[in-house]
Structures are given as structure tokens and as C-alpha cells.
Design a protein around this ligand. Sequence first.
Ligand code: AP5
Length: 219
Amino acid sequence: MRLVLIGPPGAGKGTQAKVLSAKHNIPHVSTGDILRAKINDESSEIGKKAREYVENGKLVPDEVVVQMVEERIAEPDAAKGFILDGFPRNERQAVVLDEVLSDLNIGLDIVLYFKTSTKTIINRLSGRRSCPNCGAVYHVTNIPPKVEGKCDLCGADLIQRKDDKEDTIRKRIEVYEAETKPLLNYYSQKGLLREVSGDLNVDELSQVLEQLFLSLNVK
Ligand code: AP5
């Protein structure tokens, strides 16, 4: 199964990618997670370059992100499939992805578009809390941790992402509309696009996705 997840910030792409990754035993490749890990690593040159872009809701330069993804999908665990979350983010990245996959003699199975209302996006992003230690993601009301402010998995203090501030959220939505949304047309023309509702709760959406995979015979 080789999937791409597309949708606005806060649509729940990362949350579903984690569920799918565990269920289908394929890696979840999130460019946002990789960039945040590099930003937290003070010795990383990529992290130094990426910080200003990520914290201000702008796209990190294509060459940085493309190289990261190329390296990640060449790793052995990605041979049986992968879930790309947050990549590609513009047409240039999509074209390069096609070239990379074609060199490997493989292709994408589905591009899932998480169509999500603005009300949901704002609610999800303003309530998101993340674990800086293990990467688990919660929501203060939708998916609360067992103990307020603490990660269920490793006990670390949960944090709010720097780019989940109101003005940065607005910028991220603008960038999504201008740069990423045109990819819907790109993938629709290739017959790969499937739309699902990002407004559903986690279990409902997860069931919709499994039904979709069954109907398309994607394993
Ligand atoms: P990235 O991390 O990819 O951010 P994003 O696309 O804006 O997506 P989010 O992580 O905000 O949301 P999500 O859809 O994964 O939602 P989540 O599951 O967490 O990118 C960050 C930055 O990195 C970019 O702005 C850019 O600077 C840079 N970058 C990344 N990729 C790049 C690229 N390819 N090129 C250039 N730059 C790049 O859920 C959100 C909240 O809702 C959580 O609290 C969750 O618990 C809750 N929730 C999730 N699903 C549900 C549900 N179904 N019901 C109720 N609550 C839910």
C-alpha cells in the first residue's frame, strides 16, 4: 500500500496515518515530524535552515524536503509500502515524487483527500497537544490524555506546537489553499484521488478508510 494523505492543517492526517501504519505495518512518513525532530536536534544543519519556515507556517524549500523523503522511502521498511503525510505539498514536489517512484518502478495506489471544514480545523489545532518525547498527539477534549498535560505513553509533559498559534494557523491555511490544494486536480487527473470527510471522528474515519481500501482491493 502506497498512500499520500492530503488535507488542510489539523484535518487529522497524522492521527489516521498512525492508525493505518500500525494496522498495515507500513511506515508513516511525516515530513512535518521529520522536520520537527531535526529542529529539536541542535546539531542538525537542516533543522537550523527549517526552523524559521516551520515556525512561521511557510513551506520549507523543496530541495530540503525532497531529499529527506527520497532517503526515507529508500529505507528497507518502506519496500512493502508507506504512508506519505504532508508530502507532496506543491506541484513541484509531486512531480519529483513521480520521478523518484518511477525510477524505483513503483507507483502510488491512492491519494486520500481529507476534506475538512474550517470550524473543525480551528477546533483541532487550538486543542492539539503533542508529546515532545515520543511524538504522541492528543486533543484537550476530543482525545484527552488520561492525566491532564501528561503523555499516556511516556509520561512527558505535553506541549502546544509553536505553529499552532492563531496567526501562524491562518498563514498555514493560506499556504495550503495556494500551494497544496491545486494537487487535488493533479491527482484527480491521474485517477488516484479519493475524498473522505476529515470532520468524522477518529474511529468513524478509520472505518471509512478500511472500507475504501477493501473496495479498491488495496492491501
Ligand atoms: P505538518 O506537520 O505536516 O503540518 P500540517 O499539514 O499543517 O498538518 P498538521 O500536523 O497540523 O495536522 P494533521 O492533519 O496531521 O492533524 P493531526 O492528526 O495532528 O507540517 C508542519 C510544517 O512543516 C509546515 O507548515 C511546513 O513549514 C513544514 N513542512 C512539512 N512538510 C513540508 C513539505 N512537504 N514541504 C515544505 N514544508 C513542509 O490532528 C490535529 C488535532 O486534531 C490533534 O489534536 C488530534 O488529536 C485531533 N484529531 C485528529 N483527528 C481527529 C478526529 N477525527 N476527530 C477528532 N479529533 C481529531
